[in-house]
Design a protein around this ligand. Structure first.
Ligand code: FES
Length: 114
């Protein structure tokens, strides 16, 4: 499992590991490392909108509008710690841990001031 330090936002805010990529999401209900690929058909969850309601606080994929619970994502989350503008995470990938840092835009829902 690779341990990777990357930026909270801006340049190098995304870790690309094989076919998967991860960003640091900051919502009003908590922050967590988010796998950017939607489990439905791979839509960009880094561009998800935020929905509050009776079914909980959810991130909504921009492609087919499936929702993911923010609470669930935080609880089942990837171990990570933030120090200022950097995050260090233990990513759930097997193998050698070869990765690349890139930029991914984040939707306003994932850039809460927390
Ligand atoms: S790809 Fe995300 S809902 Fe379909």
């Amino acid at each position: 499992m690779p341990v990777v330090t990357f930026a909270v936002e801006g340049r190098d805010n995304c870790v690309v590991l094989g076919d998967d990529s991860y960003v640091y999401a900051r919502t009003e209900h908590g922050s967590f490392v988010l796998a950017t690929k939607c489990p439905h058909r791979g839509g960009p969850l880094n561009l998800a909108s935020f929905e509050e309601g009776g079914r909980g606080n959810r991130l909504v994929c921009p492609w087919h509008e499936r929702a993911t619970s923010v609470t669930k994502a935080i609880r089942a989350g990837i171990p990570a710690v933030r120090h200022g503008d950097r995050v260090t995470a233990v990513l759930p990938e097997p193998g050698q841990g070869s990765y690349e840092l890139q930029h991914r835009p984040l939707s306003p829902a994932l850039r809460a001031d927390v």
